[in-house]
Design a protein around this ligand. Sequence first.
Ligand SMILES: Cc1cc2nc3c(=O)[nH]c(=O)nc-3n(C[C@H](O)[C@H](O)[C@H](O)COP(=O)(O)O)c2cc1C
Length: 250
Amino acid sequence: MITIPAASVAMPRSNAKHDACQRCGSDHLESSESPARQRPVRASVGDGGRADFTIPLPCRSIAVCPRRARTALESMPHSRRASAIEDLQPVARDLFVSAMSRAANGVNVVCTDGLAGREGVTVSSACSVTAEPPSLLACIHHLSGAATAIEHNGVFCLNVLAVGQQRVSEAFAGRIVALPDRFAVARWRTLATGSPVLEDAVAAFDCRVDHMLTEGTHRIFIARVVAAWEGQGVPLVYSRRSYAGLDLEA
Ligand SMILES: Cc1cc2nc3c(=O)[nH]c(=O)nc-3n(C[C@H](O)[C@H](O)[C@H](O)COP(=O)(O)O)c2cc1C
């Protein structure tokens, strides 16, 4: 007979995918191939009564338990580490999306114009690559009209949005219904490539596409900056599915 403090006993749950790992305590997901493992236990509880419980066992796969994976990898000879690392499985999509939503990102509108037409899309997955040569990248879903147009036009402008331009962001994210022309929500001009440059942007980077990679659902455009413009204003930030501004005075 063993006595188990109530807090350490896992009652059977309907969603067996979320058992905490006994070894690291994390509430990470069991993989779909490996149903949650439980050990049945008969134990005394409280005032001397007895009850049947189940105790979750450690994750069976190093691919499922990050802390166990690290321990296993650390104790492994170098010769075996490479194949063990290859066996590590991607994190569950929902966890990835939820965790990533906590990051703070600048909000941009990437626009293009040319033979394939004028298109634009709201993008937070964009950043500087290197100053020599001046280059940046933007990741755009392959089904977006802007991705196809940029691929054919070979040019785009990355417009960095300011606080107060949330409506521009929403328009180019396709979130304003019955908006026949996204470009109608703001005023535009051009720099070198003919791509639309947003008036009152915090900054604008006019680019020529150098490389295009495909990763999963997205196109990654790596581009050379051929003209840039510095504006005023506080950059618009997006985190936890909400807009915010930076307190640059602090
Ligand atoms: C703040 C914010 C950031 C976004 N970032 C990206 C991004 O980095 N890449 C992307 O493909 N879509 C991003 N989206 C979603 C696209 O803007 C949206 O799906 C867009 O409407 C797709 O283009 P389409 O309307 O031409 O199909 C973002 C949306 C918002 C509101």
